[in-house]
Design a protein around this ligand. Structure first.
Ligand SMILES: *Cc1c(COP(=O)(O)O)cnc(C)c1O
Length: 465
């Protein structure tokens, strides 16, 4: 199994190389050269870790041994607070919520990142290498990455957040981790400033090489791979391939729903992917109109979806261009120059046959949360509410079972839940004392030289210790 870049100008790489590289050198995203096919009958009845190991093994191309991989997968999901890892909860006669938020930081990103941190560490240790992961976060990714990388010998992780501008739960989930290889940096600036600082580090080749910089962003193939598993798990649990199934996914960077698309390419029958967006609706507009057009980013109640460029959409676009890198590159150039891509009618039909889009503004999101609470007594977070409301808004044949993906625990967004329902959801037991835990972080100016000096100093001190 080797991996190709969507832009066609990077050599094909093996799994471990793709894992450590992230973005291809030609600016493209990696994809497996062919899709391994699932034997659904043989997978039915396996528990989540066993299913996960079986589904993912073909993607490794022998670069990690089966026994090692199985152990890493088991360790990754042992810390989840629900034995089923991604349990399904029935909401009405044909809709289920798949709860992806039973990991350590209460958002679906744990499902992939818990494994990714361990895979990085394993691959690096074998190569005798270390890596310095640097990222900027406005919310869920930072804490999930920290939990995934803490105490892993081959990894140092630095996460930047804008000082005073993240929610208290989100900040504390990062800053209360006392592992010596974890450093939180509060930047005196905005989230965009943090992101620009990180981009600046990656754009400096000598610093990048000196520090062995790495990223864990959502374009990483390893994250997509790990997310394929829960689509298969839900399909099997509800009776696929005999029963028809659709998924509804609240979407930002298109990483989560792309993993479902990959599961379908591997042979899981899926009737439809319903994409839910907040007012940052570049993707739902794309599906409805065939035109991908960038807009300004609006802050919403579902901040993890406040994104206007959905990087993973490039992987679907590649298929819409018949996997022809030259066509894809032309489309991406057009997007960069004019901020717009227009599909031809055949491409648009192909896209809208499989995907449907639905957008909710904040008021509609609150109404969806309140409506579900009144109907069932369930509290859900604003992101999950968007997926669920989209599932109900799109008309499908009544025999199709719809799985809406629950991407965050309601306690992660207590203000929005309280606003919608009048009830403030308590943190689950493992995090109940979050507000009493000591915090540790360094405040730095919005200054690239100061940041580099800090990272150099901390990494050197860590290695000497
Ligand atoms: C990251 C995130 C999303 C968006 O997922 P994508 O893979 O970027 O589409 C949705 N909900 C929550 C809670 C998230 O943390």
């Amino acid at each position: 199994m080797r991996y190709l870049s969507t832009r066609g100008a990077s050599p094909a790489l093996a799994f471990d190389e793709v894992l450590l590289t992230g973005l291809a050198r030609d600016g493209g995203l990696f994809l497996p050269e062919s899709w391994p096919q699932l034997d659904l009958a043989a997978l039915a009845g396996l528990d989540y870790p066993a299913l996960a190991a079986r589904v993912m093994l073909p993607f490794l191309g022998g670069r990690i041994g089966e026994a090692d991989f199985t152990r890493l997968v088991e360790e990754s999901y042992a810390g989840f607070s629900h034995k089923a890892v991604t349990p399904l909860k029935q909401i009405d006669s044909r809709t289920w919520l798949m709860e992806l938020f039973h990991g350590p930081t209460l958002a679906f990103k744990d499902v992939a990142l818990q494994l990714l941190g361990r895979l990085y560490d394993h691959v690096l240790a074998k190569r005798g290498q270390r890596i310095t992961i640097v990222g900027a976060t406005s919310g869920d990714t930072g804490s999930a990455a920290i939990e995934a990388c803490r105490d892993r010998p081959a990894i140092d992780i630095f996460i930047l957040h804008p000082e005073g501008r993240t929610s208290e739960v989100q900040r504390r989930q990062m800053t209360t981790v006392m592992s010596p290889n974890v450093r939180n940096i509060a930047i005196r600036g905005s989230f965009d400033d943090c992101q620009d600082l990180v981009k600046g580090l990656f754009a400096d080749p000598s610093f990048r090489d000196e520090m062995h910089l790495g990223a864990v962003n959502s374009i990483n193939w390893g994250r997509i791979m790990a997310q394929i598993v829960y689509y298969v798990a839900a399909g099997l649990a509800l009776g696929a391939p005999r029963r028809r199934i659709a998924f509804a996914v609240p979407t930002g960077n298109f990483g989560n729903v792309y993993a479902g698309y990959a599961a379908r390419a591997m042979g899981l029958p899926v009737e439809k992917f319903i994409v839910g967006s907040n007012s940052n609706d570049i993707l739902t507009r794309f599906i409805q109109s065939g035109v991908m057009k960038m807009g300004a980013v609006h802050p919403t109640l579902s901040p993890s979806m406040d994104i206007q460029v959905s990087s993973n959409a490039e992987r679907v676009l590649f298929d819409l261009c018949d996997r022809d890198p030259a066509r894809l590159v032309r489309a991406m150039q057009q997007f960069r120059q004019s901020g717009e891509i227009t599909l031809d009618p055949a491409q648009h039909k192909q896209l809208s046959d499989l995907f449907a889009g639905h957008r909710l503004d904040d008021e509609q999101t609150l109404a969806a949360m309140k409506g579900l609470y009144k109907e069932t007594g369930e509290l859900i977070d604003p992101h999950s509410a968007i997926g669920l409301a989209a599932a109900r808004a799109v008309k499908l044949d009544p025999d199709i079972a719809i799985v809406a993906l629950g991407t965050a625990h309601p306690a992660k967004f207590p203000d929005a839940v309280e606003k919608a329902t009048g009830i403030r959801p308590p943190l689950p037991p493992a995090l109940a004392d979050l507000y009493e835990r000591p915090e540790r972080f360094t405040v730095l100016a919005n200054d690239s030289a100061a940041l580099k000096a800090h990272i150099r100093g901390q990494v050197a001190a860590g290695r000497a210790a």
